[in-house]
Structure formats: structure tokens, C-alpha cells
Design a binder for this molecule. Structure first.
Ligand code: B12
Ligand code: SF4
Ligand code: SF4
Length: 313
């Protein structure tokens, strides 16, 4: 099969199983991104996320993730919700309304990779989503899937910001994207102006320590022990204010992925309709049974309750 035909086959198959964009690049080094990251690390913007400072050689050169790697395939998974939470409820980021995206996306990436293998027998591959030292946003930008906005998001001009990135690294040689997408920020600075904590310290650069997403999920210390005590605007798991205020966020249809839909709790509610009191009354046992497959487990009930109590100053 010609590389062009194979490209169409992969694009069509990935669309059939729910991805909204696909592009590929020849494996390359991410030099300017590594330099950008090193500057952020020097300023301790990674907070306690030590893993961002590790495996710098792999980040710079993803070829090290697979012997003989030739191509990086990048896919976008849509997660825009149909309904949002009422603003008075403890606010959860929309990527976490349903099931944890890591196994969900990986599963679909394996399906794509197997399809590729059917057509090029004997190839090797590895799948990733948020699971390896790869500059996923930069890879997606290089593959022509969008531009990196001032809020640091990979923005797709047709599907907006509610997309998660999945990557396949393979030793197969493929058809590569030749066009990049022009930055669409123009003179807009809404994300920088509206971030309630000043975490976007300059365009494209995030001080994670100030970011509500980091504070409510990744920083394991209780609110009282955190150094930067800011008004979290009701957010108790993640934050997406800089996504919501972006004019490009009107792009993209609600996701049809059933896995990302809010799920029922055992009290007749959904994962996004619980009140603060219902959260505070929840036992560990209930949490573990309701949120078994949810990303909320990354924070855990104790932290979520602490976040609820301290979500507003
Ligand atoms: C660590 C991490 C976090 C940290 C730090 C985020 C950060 N901005 O660095 C925290 C916990 C705060 C976080 C939060 C969120 N995250 Co996160 N996170 C990651 C992770 C694991 C690594 C990111 C990383 O390497 N950061 C280091 C910086 C230096 O790299 P970068 O942000 O990828 O890219 C920068 C450089 O490449 C540089 N750059 C590139 N080209 C150029 C050119 C010029 C001229 C300049 C100046 C700079 C520059 O600018 C980019 C933006 O800062 C990625 C998965 C992955 N492996 O990539 C997911 C990822 C970035 N997160 C994701 C998501 C969805 C989120 C949240 C929305 C979740 C939520 N709702 O709470 C928030 C959004 C907050 C925000 N504004 O970014 C998605 C983003 C999807 C998208 N469409 O962009 C990713 C890609 C996971 C995935 N597989 O989909 N996250
Ligand atoms: S996710 Fe929230 S706190 Fe973090 S940079 Fe965006 S608006 Fe600021
Ligand atoms: S809010 Fe404006 S500046 Fe920020 S990413 Fe979106 S378009 Fe760019």
C-alpha cells in the first residue's frame, strides 16, 4: 500500500473510533522546547513535579523511547462536555467528568497501531498519553494539529481546546504533515488577564505552583501547608478558566465518547451534581466504589474534601 493510501486509512480508522484529528512527523529532537523547560525548572515552576526534571535526554530525543523509531503519530481525543456543572457546586474540570482518559485513549491508540501493523507487518510501536517524557503539545503542533496558545494549550482551529493528546511512536515510515497551523492568538490576552492566580506568568509560560490545577491535584499538601494560598474560585479538582475564556473554546462539538460522560453515583446523582455537603459526608468506601475508574482518584477523597473547604477565600 502506498504511504498516501496508508495515511488515509489511518485517518479514516482513527476518525471511526472517535479521534478528531491525526497527523504524523518524522521523529525529531525537541531542542527549543527542552531549553524552554530548563528555564522553567531553574525558576522552580514545576513545583513538586520532579518527574518534569527527569529524563531530559528522552524529552529532547523521543527516539530513545523505541529502538529504531522513525515516526511520531499524534491524535486528538475530544472531551467537550454536553452539560457543565452549576456554578455553585464544587467545580471539577471537564476532562474528569467521566472515566480516566489514560486507559481509554491508550486502548484506542492500540487499535490504531494494530491497524497499522496489519498493513505493515512486523512494525514496532509504543503508545502514550500523558504517560512519558514527551512534549505532547509541541509534537501535536509540529504534526499540524493546531497552535500553542498563550495559555499553553494546543488549540485546534476546528475542535478548540477541549482535546487530549495521544501519541504513537513507531519504527514505520509514514506520510508526514508538511503544514503547520498559524498562531491564532492575535492581540488577545484574555487567558493571561483572567487567570485568577497569575499562574500564566508570561505568554506560553506557566508557574505550576500558582496553578489551581496543580494545587488541587498534584500538590499533595493540604491547603493550610501550601505556600501560595489563592482564591480557587470554587474549583476543587483541576482548573480550566484559561480554557473557558479563550475565544477558540467555542469551537468543537460536544464529545461523543461515552467514557467521558458523567456517570451515575449510588445515590441517584451524577459525578458532577454532588453538593459540597454530599462530598463532605462521603466515606472512603463510597468514594472508591463511585469513582473507581475516575481521574479524581489521583487526588483522593481527603484532598478533595480539603479543596472543597478551601475552594473560596
Ligand atoms: C505537567 C503537566 C501539567 C502541569 C503543568 C502544565 C504545564 N503547562 O506545564 C499541571 C498540573 C499544571 C497541568 C495542568 C493541566 N493540564 Co496538563 N500536562 C502536563 C504534562 C504531563 C507535561 C507538560 C509539560 O511537559 N510541561 C512543560 C512545558 C515546558 O511544556 P508544555 O506545556 O508541554 O509545552 C510548552 C513548550 O513546548 C513551549 N513551547 C513550544 N513551542 C514554543 C514556542 C515559543 C516561541 C515559546 C516561547 C514556547 C514554546 O510552550 C508550551 C506551552 O507552555 C502534559 C502531558 C505531556 N507529556 O506533554 C499534560 C497536558 C499538557 N495537560 C493537559 C491538560 C488537559 C491539562 C489541564 C487542562 C487539566 C485541568 N483541567 O486541570 C490543565 C491546564 C493548565 C494549563 N494552563 O496548562 C493536556 C493538554 C491538552 C491540550 N490540548 O493542550 C496534556 C497534553 C495531557 C494530554 N495527553 O492531553 N498539566
Ligand atoms: S488552569 Fe486556572 S490557575 Fe492554571 S493557568 Fe489556567 S486559569 Fe490559571
Ligand atoms: S485566550 Fe486569547 S491569548 Fe489566550 S490562548 Fe486563547 S486566543 Fe490566545
Amino acid at each position: 500500500m502506498s504511504p498516501e493510501k496508508l495515511h488515509t486509512l489511518i485517518k479514516d480508522f482513527s476518525t471511526e473510533i472517535g479521534f478528531v484529528a491525526y497527523g504524523a512527523i518524522a521523529v525529531k529532537k525537541f531542542l527549543k522546547e527542552t531549553e524552554f523547560l530548563m528555564q522553567s525548572l531553574e525558576l522552580s515552576y514545576n513545583g513538586s513535579m520532579k518527574y518534569l526534571a527527569g529524563n531530559i535526554n528522552i524529552r529532547q530525543n523521543p527516539q530513545l523511547l523505541l529502538e529504531g523509531a522513525k515516526s511520531i503519530m499524534v491524535f486528538l481525543a475530544p472531551y467537550k462536555p454536553i452539560t457543565r456543572q452549576s456554578p455553585e457546586l464544587p467545580l471539577i474540570s471537564s476532562y474528569a467528568y467521566g472515566k480516566d482518559y489514560h486507559p481509554v485513549i491508550k486502548n484506542k491508540l492500540h487499535k490504531v497501531a494494530e491497524k497499522l501493523k496489519e498493513n505493515i507487518p512486523g512494525i514496532e510501536y509504543r503508545v502514550f498519553t500523558d504517560s512519558a517524557p514527551i512534549f505532547e503539545r509541541a509534537a501535536a503542533e509540529a504534526a499540524g494539529l493546531g497552535f500553542i496558545g498563550r495559555n499553553t494549550f494546543l488549540i485546534n482551529k476546528e475542535h478548540g481546546l477541549h482535546t487530549l493528546i495521544g501519541v504513537i511512536i513507531t519504527n514505520a515510515v509514514l506520510c508526514y504533515s508538511s503544514e503547520t497551523v498559524k498562531n491564532g492568538c492575535g492581540t488577545c490576552t484574555r487567558c493571561l488577564d483572567k487567570c485568577p492566580t497569575g499562574a500564566l506568568v508570561e505568554q506560553f509560560r506557566l508557574d505550576s505552583r500558582r496553578c489551581i490545577s496543580y494545587q488541587t491535584i498534584e500538590d499533595k499538601r493540604p491547603f493550610g501547608e501550601q505556600l501560595l494560598k489563592t482564591d480557587r474560585k470554587g474549583r476543587v479538582f483541576g482548573c480550566e478558566i484559561c480554557l473557558d475564556v479563550c475565544p477558540w473554546s467555542i469551537k468543537g462539538e460536544p464529545s461523543e465518547w461515552v467514557e467521558f460522560k458523567p456517570f451515575a453515583t449510588n445515590t441517584g446523582k451524577t459525578s458532577i451534581s454532588l453538593t459540597a455537603q454530599e462530598w463532605l459526608n462521603m466515606t472512603e468506601e463510597e468514594f472508591n466504589s463511585i469513582f473507581r475508574d475516575s481521574p479524581l482518584k489521583r487526588a483522593g477523597l481527603v484532598k478533595i474534601k480539603d479543596n472543597i473547604v478551601n475552594s473560596q477565600l
